[in-house]
Design a protein around this ligand. Structure first.
Ligand SMILES: *[C@@H]1O[C@H](CO)[C@@H](O)[C@H](O)[C@H]1NC(C)=O
Length: 268
């Protein structure tokens, strides 16, 4: 009575030897009864071609024969392997099959790409920890892995460090946030240049995308700030007996909102 067991050890990845299948036959391996040979019965899907893999009939090593494993197109293959004893003689030997699931490991072969060339947003003056705009990005690598996670940097336009960009861990968006108050009277707008990359380095031979850089136009919203009295309190001296209606002094308040035409009224 022959017994044939197939065990699959799945380990490797893209490029060379993928895995080894091992059949154990309880017969004496020095006789034909115990000599097992392997072949691939099927591969699914047939993409990009039907024969992406081959198996060494004696050792059971499965190797990739064709280039073109691309996790972004096919992330897993199912292969059915047959082991036959009697040196693989299908007429006399006993066969058994096993299914191999081959997962394609992601590499960072897709740089993140900003979805537009220019983003814009508005920031209220004197406020911090406000998200000014969300920078949107597309990356075709495995979501939530270092090959996908975006890292944003401001490379110009913010010498005083008013803004930072945190990555939204769920959406991968860059949350451009004001962290140092801006003053409309000093800066009415900012023109930033931002660059996006991944946590992981790009795979060798992959160029970073043209869309890794974008401009961000931020306009500063003027907020009505209260007028200030430069001299306060103001001491007024006058002699007794001045006639009614005499001007005693002029209160001059200054308004920081130089650019808004506004009238300062003095309450009585
Ligand atoms: C940015 O994204 C966050 C989270 O999705 C959202 O709550 C917020 O309103 C967005 N802010 C802007 C300015 O688009």
């Amino acid at each position: 009575m022959y017994r044939l067991y197939l065990t699959l050890a799945i380990f490797l990845f893209l490029g060379s030897s993928v895995m080894q299948v091992t059949a154990t036959d309880s017969d004496d391996s020095t006789t034909a009864n115990g000599m097992v040979r392997y072949r691939i019965l099927s591969q699914s899907p047939h993409s990009p071609i039907p024969n992406m893999f081959t198996i060494n009939s004696e050792t059971g090593d499965i190797v990739t024969v064709a280039a073109g494993l691309d996790r972004e197109k096919v992330s897993q293959y199912t292969i059915i392997v047959q082991a036959t004893d009697m040196e693989g003689n299908l007429n006399f030997g006993l066969s058994n099959t096993a299914t191999a699931l081959i997962s394609i490991t992601d590499i960072n072969d897709n740089p993140p790409e900003l979805t537009v060339r220019t983003f814009s947003g508005e920031v209220p003056e004197n406020k911090v920890n406000v998200v000014v705009t969300n920078l949107t990005v597309v990356d075709r690598d495995q979501p939530h892995s270092p090959n996908w996670n975006a890292v944003y940097r401001i490379v110009s336009g913010d010498p005083s460090g008013h803004f930072i960009i945190r990555t939204n861990p769920i959406t991968n968006e860059g949350m451009l946030t004001v962290v140092k108050p801006v003053d409309f009277e000093m800066n009415r707008a900012f023109m930033l240049t931002v660059v996006v990359s991944n946590q992981a380095h790009l795979a060798s031979g992959i160029q970073s995308s043209l869309q890794s850089t974008a401009g961000v136009t931020i306009s500063v919203q003027d907020v009505n700030e209260p007028p200030v009295f430069p001299v306060n309190p103001k001491t007024i001296r006058f002699e007794e007996g001045v006639p009614a209606g005499t001007t005693l002094t002029v209160f001059s308040a200054q308004d920081p909102d130089h650019f808004i035409h506004q009238i300062v009224r003095y309450g009585s």
